[in-house]
Design a protein. Structure first.
Length: 609
């Protein structure tokens, strides 16, 4: 009974223990699921708040930058007005002195501001030159343009547009400010991407650039939010200002505006191409970048002087606004165009706008597309209207055959022929082999040109020639060293044989050798002047060896030869010496005094001692 109770008690404890563990696990799982749900909701809220906070700070920063630019422009234009009114000089406004001084001060101030803007853009960031909308449009399409959204471009754009607008030239601010807002959005994305990886995404960054352009338009045209709110909550509509019979006139006005817009774009393109292709303009304006803004701003200062007769500037504003767009300063085009269209206004409704846009698009591409083409930026043309025939077109109808390609294993000659015969393609496909033509990748043209220049170019050929000449010289030197070693071995063998024969044939006394040596020195001193030869006593065996050497041309660089005059002198010397040394039975030989054989010969004589 006790054992049963103990077993029951043990079983009860064991069962209760398992129940406690299960309850604890269930509670833990519920807690983890709740925590994960909270974290997911927090991440979603964090992402939403991050987008809203990013756009909020983007709008605030762009608004402050716009206020700063407007204050700079206002102060600069106030100073320009002071240069005309001259309040610090007590002149009669109708006097010639007042007109001359005010005109000079007006011109210097206007030209100085334009030159300062061009200089600032040239030295700080050349990417700030121009409107900026073509570049932003290209970037949003997915093309990467280097340094167009950097901090230096932002600084150059802000101060450049402020000084250019402060000078009074007919340019706008919306295009440059869109570029400024895009730079701010890019810099903010770089900072926020450290905390939120979503902003490092390229698609998210393109969306930020689009929002930045909207912020720039809102800042430039003074808060279109009010217009949007009125459009949403408008409850009463007034009577129409125009009737149906007036619509043909609106259409005619739209055609006229389209023609004027097409003329504006054509004149701008012609001017840019003239400045780029004309030899005189290239030599004068491109090599000296400050000359063109000085000339244009000087003409503008003369035409826009308020007190002058030429102050009827509105007559030349159409042409001069186009010329101002070609200046190397930050400049926009919207506001000058709006000023030109203010004489007509938006009095004729959206019908005239649609007709004018259609006519302009039919004759010429848009202004910013024209700028993209002129700057050689990647351009995506508008898609043509589709029809049933479009769906019947296959790749075979538009492809080019045969396809120019490069195999994975090819020769330099084939690459050179491919580049020389086909100068238009910029990229060539790389295939596995000519038989299967499996595409591996592509290679740009400039990389192939660099490869050819590095491998078979003038410098490479020169290095190869130097290497071959060096190898040839080394082979020749090795050949001569081997020949010299063989010659030395032969000389050593001959010297050993001659020593043995000399020791066997004669044993010369020390006195006889000294007499021979003294006689040789006396003969050298006697014939030191005028003679280039030495007479050295030799043995009969050495005389025979020397003849063999001379006849066999042992010397590598020259052959020991004598002309007739030297031969006669040699015979006289031998006869004289034979008479003087009739007691000594010796034969003599003649050698060149500078020859290397003389030294070896003397060493052989002393060896015989």
């Amino acid at each position: 009974m006790l054992q049963q109770k103990e077993s029951q008690i043990g079983n009860t404890k064991k069962a209760s223990f398992h129940l406690d563990t299960t309850d604890y696990t269930i509670e833990k799982l519920k807690k983890n699921n709740c925590t994960k749900s909270i974290e997911r909701n927090a991440d979603k809220l964090k992402e939403i708040l991050a987008d809203w906070l990013f756009l909020l700070f983007l709008g605030v920063v762009c608004a402050f930058i716009n206020i700063f630019i407007e204050m700079l422009i206002f102060n600069l234009q106030e100073v320009q007005r002071l240069t005309v009114s001259l309040p610090f000089f007590h002149f009669n406004p109708s006097s010639w002195a007042f007109l001359v001084i005010s005109f000079i001060s007006w011109s210097i101030y206007t030209v100085g501001l334009v030159a300062a803007s061009a200089t600032f853009a040239h030295y700080v960031s050349v990417q700030a030159i121009g409107s900026g909308i073509p570049e932003i449009k290209t970037i949003i399409r997915g093309v990467v343009l280097k340094n167009y959204l950097s901090f230096s471009t932002l600084i150059s754009k802000v101060f450049g547009i402020a000084m250019a607008l402060g000078s009074g030239i007919p340019i706008g601010k919306m295009g440059p400010f869109c570029h400024i807002a895009a730079c701010v959005a890019n810099l903010m994305s770089n900072v926020v991407s450290r905390f939120s990886p979503a902003f490092a995404n390229k698609t998210r960054r393109m969306e930020a650039f689009s929002a930045a352009c909207a912020v720039a338009v809102a800042s430039t045209f003074s808060a279109p939010i009010g217009v949007t709110v009125n459009a949403f909550y408008q409850t009463s509509f007034g009577p129409t200002a125009f009737g149906v019979p007036e619509l043909p006139l609106f259409a005619l006005l739209g055609i006229l505006c389209g023609l004027i817009g097409s003329l504006y774009i054509s004149f701008y393109r012609s001017l840019v191409l003239f400045l780029r292709n004309n030899s005189i303009a290239k030599r004068l304006f491109q090599q000296h970048w400050l000359v063109y803004p000085l000339v244009v701003s000087s003409i503008f200062a003369i035409m826009a002087y308020p007190h002058g007769i030429i102050a009827q500037f509105c007559r030349g504003r159409f042409v001069f606004s186009i010329i101002s767009l070609t200046l190397p300063v930050p400049s926009g085009v919207f506001l000058p165009v709006f000023v030109l269209g203010a004489g007509i206004g938006r009095l004729y409704g959206e019908i005239a706008v649609l007709i004018s846009n259609a006519v302009c698009a039919y004759l010429q591409p848009s202004l910013f597309d024209t700028m993209i083409k002129i700057k050689h930026l990647p351009f995506l043309p508008d898609l043509p209207p589709t029809s049933a025939l479009v769906h019947q077109i296959v790749a075979e109808n538009i492809m080019v055959t045969p396809v120019l390609h490069i195999t994975k294993i090819t020769s330099y000659e084939s690459i050179r022929n491919l580049l020389f015969d086909n100068r238009l393609p910029r990229v060539f496909p790389v295939v596995d082999s000519a038989s299967n033509q499996i595409l591996i990748g592509t290679v740009p043209r400039y990389m192939l040109v660099q490869l050819l220049d590095a491998q078979i170019g003038p410098k490479a050929r020169k290095l190869e020639a130097e290497r071959r000449v060096k190898n040839a010289i080394q082979m020749i030197d090795a050949h001569f060293r081997n020949a010299e070693d063989a010659m030395n071995d032969r000389k050593m063998r001959i010297s050993s044989d001659s020593n043995l024969i000399g020791l066997e044939k004669r044993k010369t006394s020390k006195r006889e050798v000294d007499f021979r040596h003294n006689e040789l020195e006396m003969e050298n001193n006697k014939r030191k002047k005028g003679l280039r030869f030495l007479v050295v006593p030799t043995t009969e065996y050495e005389h025979e060896l020397s003849k063999k050497k001379e006849s066999g041309c042992w010397r590598r660089n020259a052959v020991c030869q004598m002309n007739k005059e030297h031969a006669d002198k040699l015979e006289d010397i031998e006869e004289t010496h034979s008479e003087r040394s009739h007691t000594i039975d010796r034969k003599y030989r003649t050698i060149h005094s500078l020859s290397s054989e003389y030294h070896s010969f003397v060493r052989g004589i002393f060896f015989f001692k």
